[in-house]
Design a protein around this ligand. Structure first.
Ligand SMILES: Cc1ncc(COP(=O)(O)O)c(C=O)c1O
Length: 458
């Protein structure tokens, strides 16, 4: 009989609580608090109150291992969750590798990626708190799509600052958001101080996630009826994404295997943390010490592999608290590579700490390496992956090749964070040899980090 390739869960298997990694992380390392940029003291919840509802602020600082998922959030999750786990037997055959490659397919969500897992939760908590409108940033357009949908479900207005590089590359993502009633503005824009400042210095700026975050925060801070909603990086976002890994654990049990290595792509860290953290807990507790974790990122924005572990702002204008994380400096504007969702100068503090402490490995790939793997995945499995997710595929393919070369079996679990059906411009550029190989220039790191305040980190 042929190997089983699809592992589905029933409605009843949908997780009813999110997993908070912080208690386990605190058992092996010392998570540092976010700091107030003025006083350099740990921030207090009231500083976040103009931007986020209390429920999300409490999740940000929670030390509880589990946080219940509210019923109305579960009701919406059931529209597409649990998502399927597949074994990529055709990819394995093409690689002629003694590897079993599993992928968790978050591209089956209505918006096309993992992003609705947190968008739905954030919209729900904001609605409960009486908020009228959410403002946000979007890089690839996936996050903006997810939040636009979530706002429609919970009757909120949605204002999206879309990084200009993506706004121009991906008009259909903009139209997708507008279909759900959102207002979409290319960033940097002349509607905010942060945007105007960038445009004055760089009229042709292609934008970055850091700039778009500054614009969205500025609007939320200035309008009492508007809150800010973030697509990645902060603890509550990673928390909401753990439904991915909790489901994948059950599905790997169905498959009768445990991963040797868990691979994902990292922009701010949310999809990868969502997949990895439920497995990581076992490693932190010493139950699965040999399980490996591989974070992948673009060579043009190599935060984990070339950044510095330091306190830095989460946005370009310096409106956020200082976060302890790997960073390329908040002034760094990555080259406009097609993986728009990975063009972020920082990374989630918890994920950064796991890399720093050696629990997680990190690797960076160039655009052509990534799209070569994406094409192989499409040719074998029939799914055109999002350019972001293709980084994880590159990582998994390289792991399989390494297993072949070492003559050993390897079970690889990869996070397919989204489909690439709106990314045809990127594929067109790849197929026609128009993808420049942009690598990070170490000079940029020195320059932008000189702006960082001197704060000691662990
Ligand atoms: C499909 C996809 N994968 C990954 C990411 C990266 O974000 P994160 O690291 O938070 O998962 C994005 C961000 O936009 C995305 O759209």
């Amino acid at each position: 009989m042929a190997d089983r390739t699809r592992f589905d869960l029933q409605d009843d298997d949908l997780p009813t609580a999110w997993l908070n990694i912080m208690p386990d992380l605190a058992g092996v390392a010392q998570p540092l608090p976010p700091l107030h940029p003025g006083t350099l003291q740990p921030i207090t919840p009231d500083l976040l109150a103009p931007l986020f509802p209390e429920a999300l602020i409490l999740q940000e600082v929670s030390t509880e291992p589990w946080i219940d998922i509210p019923g109305p959030v579960l009701d919406v999750y059931r529209l597409w969750r649990p998502t399927p786990l597949y074994r990529a037997t055709r990819l394995e055959a093409a690689l002629q590798a003694p590897a079993h490659i599993y992928f968790k397919h978050e591209g089956t969500s209505p918006a096309g990626s993992h992003k609705p897992n947190t968008a739905i939760a954030q919209a729900y908590y904001n609605k409960e708190a009486g908020v009228r409108r959410l403002s946000t940033e979007t890089g690839a357009g996936q996050w903006g799509s997810a939040l636009s949908m979530a706002c429609e479900f919970f009757d909120l207005e949605c204002l999206v600052y879309m990084v200009r590089a993506s706004f121009e590359q991906k008009p259909y993502r903009r139209i997708f958001m507008e279909t759900f009633g959102a207002t979409v503005v290319p960033s940097p824009s002349d509607g905010t101080d942060a945007g105007r400042k960038i445009l004055a210095e760089h009229p042709d700026s292609t934008g970055s996630l850091g700039i778009a975050i500054s614009e969205a925060i500025e609007v939320a801070a200035a309008n009492p009826d508007t809150n800010y909603s973030i697509g990645s990086c902060l603890g509550h976002v990673l928390l909401h994404q753990t439904v991915i890994g909790l489901e994948a654990q059950k599905q790997m049990e169905q498959a009768g295997e445990a991963p040797d290595v868990v691979v994902g792509c990292v922009g701010g860290g949310s999809n990868y943390a969502g997949l990895a953290y439920p497995f990581m807990v076992g490693k932190l507790r010493g139950e699965t010490p040999d399980m490996r974790f591989l974070a992948t990122e673009p060579a043009a924005c190599p935060t984990l592999t070339k950044g510095r572990f330091a306190y830095d702002f989460g946005d370009t204008a310096g409106l956020t608290p200082l976060l302890p994380m790997y960073t390329l400096g908040h002034g760094f504007v990555p080259a406009p590579v097609h993986a728009g969702g990975l063009r972020y100068h920082g990374d989630a503090p918890s994920l950064s700490l796991l890399v720093k402490e050696g629990y997680m490995e990190a690797v960076a790939y160039t655009q052509n390496e990534v799209f070569e793997a994406a094409r192989l995945f499409a040719h074998t499995q029939g799914i055109v992956p999002a350019p972001e997710s293709a980084h994880a595929i590159r990582g998994a393919v390289n792991e399989a090749i390494a297993a072949r070369e070492a003559g050993e079996e390897r079970v690889i679990l990869l996070g397919l964070s989204g489909h690439g059906n709106f990314d045809m411009q990127a594929y067109d550029d790849y197929l026609n040899d128009r993808l420049p190989e942009v690598e990070f220039d170490d000079q940029d790191l020195t320059l932008s980090l000189t702006e960082l305040p001197e704060v000691p980190v662990g």
